[in-house]
Design a protein around this ligand. Structure first.
Ligand code: FES
Ligand code: FES
Length: 416
């Protein structure tokens, strides 16, 4: 069956006949999730998704593989084309829970910037992309076509590639690019370049929280890498002080217990304790409907009981929004009948998260710190702290113009 026919037939019969994961067929609440184990670009991955979550959303939102673009979400445009068990398929029409044990290849598996697949190189050479939105779908569709029919003639290409629409209408150059690869590799398409080499990162979002896309066991075995802070100036420097009722020694009893301390931080949880004051942890920050879920490493490099000071290095990533590295110092001094809690942080951001800008990052940090010190104070005085919640857009909208928040959210939510 040709690629065109496979694509126009929504999803192939072989894929349609895959058994749905057993958990997904039992009665579960709408916000519950089921685990799905599959292989993505040669690496095992587990996602925890609601049964209604599509493969395209699972790839993008749970594994951070945003190379799979979403256009119509109705099986019409072909932008979301990936390979499932070796066949081209529209990821927007497949439920992730259909794909337990499937082998999936996305455009990220095809090649990497320093080692492009011949198809990718040819697209560049022939200027076969304008805005680039359809390009991942075009590449995966072309890969499937030439993989199964390497000797295909140029005349057949326009029809065979018509399963993926290009809104920029640059079809002539796309055909030129694919034709050159077909002509230069008449006996078979070179293997993908980047399978089994892509780090998959989890992200909690669509269809309920995803505890970990790679699995805690795998994290457990890996330990954490040495954290090295960049030499450059930080993106944001934060210094906040707050007066609390608890005495320094009471606060220190919580600060010296990392598990209790983590419970004071809004949206945070410790995932793994590696010993030697090294941890894997997760923090969620909600920006309106957008939830950023950072998973990363924490190393407490200094605990000084005399000065009631702890210093920690953190590096974390949100799969679709970027990376954060931070050096955080929290210190407590006696002040009046209680204490003054001081937090200083030097935060380096890369990726979309850097679009927050200094003022917004500072607002979010202050919001978090306010909740943190209140919870720390309550716990130190033996009270059950009020629930600490991830900082929300609400607090920010009180401080900054609504138009700025809207513009920011649109940028952060924008799909690649
Ligand atoms: S987004 Fe899947 S076919 Fe259009
Ligand atoms: S290059 Fe813009 S949609 Fe195809």
């Amino acid at each position: 069956m040709s690629t065109l026919h496979r694509l126009k037939q929504t999803v192939s019969t072989r894929i349609q006949q895959r058994p749905v994961t057993q958990a997904a067929t039992s009665r579960i609440a709408p916000d519950e999730t089921v685990p799905v184990n599959f292989t993505v670009n040669g690496r095992p991955a587990t996602v925890h998704v609601a049964p209604r979550v599509t493969l395209s959303d699972a790839l993008r939102d749970h594994l951070g593989l945003t190379g799979t673009h979403i256009g119509c979400e109705h099986g019409v445009c072909g932008m979301c084309t990936v390979l499932v068990d070796g066949d081209a398929a529209r990821a927007c029409l497949l439920l992730a829970c259909q794909l337990d044990s499937a082998e999936i290849m996305t455009v990220e598996g095809l090649g990497k910037p320093e080692d492009l697949h011949p198809l990718q190189a040819s697209f560049g050479k022939h200027h076969a992309l304008q805005c680039g939105f359809c390009t991942p779908g075009q590449l995966m569709s072309a890969y499937d076509l030439l993989d199964k029919d390497p000797g295909i003639g140029r005349d057949e290409l326009p029809e065979q590639l018509s399963g993926v629409l290009c809104r920029c209408t640059g079809y002539r150059n796309i055909v030129d690019a694919v034709a050159e690869v077909a002509e230069t590799h008449p006996n078979g398409l070179p293997a993908p370049r980047n399978c089994a080499a892509t780090e998959l990162l989890p992200r909690a979002s669509v269809g309920g929280p995803s505890r970990s896309a790679v699995g805690v066991d795998e994290v457990d075995l890996e330990g954490i890498a040495e954290i090295r802070m960049p030499q450059a100036e930080p993106t944001v420097s934060i210094a906040v002080h707050q007066q609390v009722r608890a005495e320094p020694q009471q606060l220190w009893s919580v600060m010296s217990d990392t598990e209790r301390l983590a419970r004071c931080l809004p949206g945070a949880e410790l995932v793994v304790d590696f010993g030697n004051d090294r941890y894997k942890g997760r923090v969620q920050v909600a920006l309106g409907p957008v939830k950023l879920a950072f998973l990363g490493d924490i190393h407490v490099v200094e605990r000084d009981e005399t000065t009631h000071t702890i210093r920690a290095l953190v590096q974390a990533a949100d799969a679709s929004s970027g990376n954060v590295q931070a050096e955080v110092v929290v210190a407590v001094d006696a002040a009046g009948s209680g204490s003054a809690v001081r937090a200083d942080a030097r935060v380096h951001m890369t990726g979309r998260i850097a679009q927050f800008g200094r003022s917004l990052a500072s607002d979010v940090s202050k919001d978090m710190f306010g909740q943190f010190t209140a919870a720390l104070d309550a716990m130190a005085r033996g009270e059950e702290p009020a629930e600490v919640k991830p900082p929300s857009a609400l607090a920010m909208t009180l401080r900054i113009p609504a138009a700025r928040v809207r513009a920011l959210l649109n940028r952060i939510r924008g799909r690649n």
